[in-house]
Design a protein around this ligand. Structure first.
Ligand SMILES: NC(=O)c1ccc[n+]([C@@H]2O[C@H](COP(=O)([O-])OP(=O)(O)OC[C@H]3O[C@@H](n4cnc5c(N)ncnc54)[C@H](OP(=O)(O)O)[C@@H]3O)[C@@H](O)[C@H]2O)c1
Length: 337
């Protein structure tokens, strides 16, 4: 019997991308059973270029080609624009964030115009161009899913959107970025800033460009996405101040400081904050471990919820990306998109 399949085009095969491909390699059968669709690799992009596969490539073979530094040998080399011309496919963005999100914006607009849906772990396009991307998606009846952009593998947007339907979120407070808090903790324990960053990289939680995380830019991007997705705002990065951790941070005495995202609604006003905050004893966020991400929300109908992971990293983020791909696959199987 002919099975239904859906093609995905992966952008970025770094820490998250490689974990994503491993999940597809290991769990392909379960994913097909749960979605009704076979997820098939149609193409891939890294910094060496973009390639479209003439016949489906197994995830393990793409991983192998990536390790040997030659993904382009797997098919026909194409331009980044041609990667967005695959109607019915899903563009899965696990690439490094560009500073202003405009590279990704052009890619998403072109993909949606050509009948593709988007799954992204990349915050920059959404933090810089939320309105344009979402307006385009609703005009073209396309979907943009972004669970992995905030708090790694901790269920957030799908959970609040899927299980708290009648509620309004009135307050969100969370530790949604690992690196800056991890580095600050290591500095409190006596490490220099660069040694703490090296330790974070060794554990796979600091990206190649770690400054976005430590400077607080990454946290600010997440805060913008949260304010827009949960509080109905149309913020951009310009609306949020950033603060973080650097060589000049004096970590002594900062035992109760954490880099947090905090958004509150009061009447028609929404206040968004991203940065270091001295937390009170007994604050739930203080109870989270150094590898843990989590948040508490105050909702109008579902009460106060506290959700956290015990440990998070690129593997959990990749699982969140895969969950979005599976949600889209199910929608396509049921003919809804
Ligand atoms: N790591 C996490 O836990 C985590 C959590 C949440 C969200 N994210 C987001 O997920 C994305 C990937 O993170 P990561 O940790 O996997 O980063 P990474 O290890 O640095 O990998 C980035 C990947 O993007 C590719 N790339 C860079 N510039 C590109 C471009 N202009 N066009 C296409 N591909 C490009 C790189 O290509 P090469 O392989 O050729 O260098 C690499 O494969 C980032 O946007 C990050 O903010 C990561």
């Amino acid at each position: 019997m002919q099975r239904n399949s859906i093609s995905i085009y992966v952008q970025g095969i770094g820490s998250v991308g490689r974990n994503f491909l491993s999940i597809l390699a290991d769990e392909g059968k379960l994913i097909s059973e749960r979605t009704g669709m076979d997820i098939v690799l149609g193409g891939a992009t890294d910094r060496t270029g973009s390639v479209i596969f003439s016949k489906p490539v197994a995830p393990a073979d793409l991983l192998k080609a990536k390790l040997s530094g030659n993904i382009l040998s797997l098919g026909k080399e194409v331009t980044s624009r041609e990667m967005t011309e695959n109607e019915g496919g899903i563009l899965v963005d696990m690439s490094s964030a560009s500073r202003d999100g405009s590279r990704e914006l052009q890619m998403y607009l072109s993909a949606m115009k050509n009948g593709m849906d988007i799954v992204t772990a990349n915050k920059s396009p959404l933090a810089n161009h939320w309105k344009q991307i979402m307006d385009n998606a609703s005009a073209g009846r396309r979907m943009v899913l972004y669970e992995a952009t905030v708090a790694g593998g901790v269920p957030l947007f799908s959970l609040l959107g899927g299980s708290c339907g009648p509620s309004t979120v009135n307050e969100f407070r969370g530790i949604v970025s690992l690196t800056a808090n991890f580095v600050l903790k290591q500095m409190r324990e006596g490490k220099t800033f660069m040694d703490a960053v090296a330790e974070a990289q060794k554990r796979g939680i600091a990206e190649t460009n770690f400054r976005d995380d430590t400077d607080g830019l990454d946290g600010a991007r997440k805060t913008v996405i949260l304010a827009n997705a949960l509080f109905g705002k149309n913020m951009t990065l310009k609306d949020i101040k950033t603060s973080g951790v650097s060589e000049s941070t004096d970590a002594k005495g900062m035992d109760r400081y954490r880099l947090i995202a905090e958004i509150t609604r009061s009447g028609n006003e929404v206040h968004a904050f991203s940065g270091l905050r001295n937390l009170d004893d007994g604050d739930y966020l203080l109870s989270l471990g150094e590898m843990s991400l989590g948040y508490e929300v105050n909702t109008s109908r579902n009460g106060r919820l506290r959700i956290h992971s015990v440990s998070d990293g690129p593997g959990e983020t990749a699982a969140a990306v895969m969950n979005d791909v599976m949600l889209l696959a199910k929608e396509k199987f049921q003919g809804k998109c």
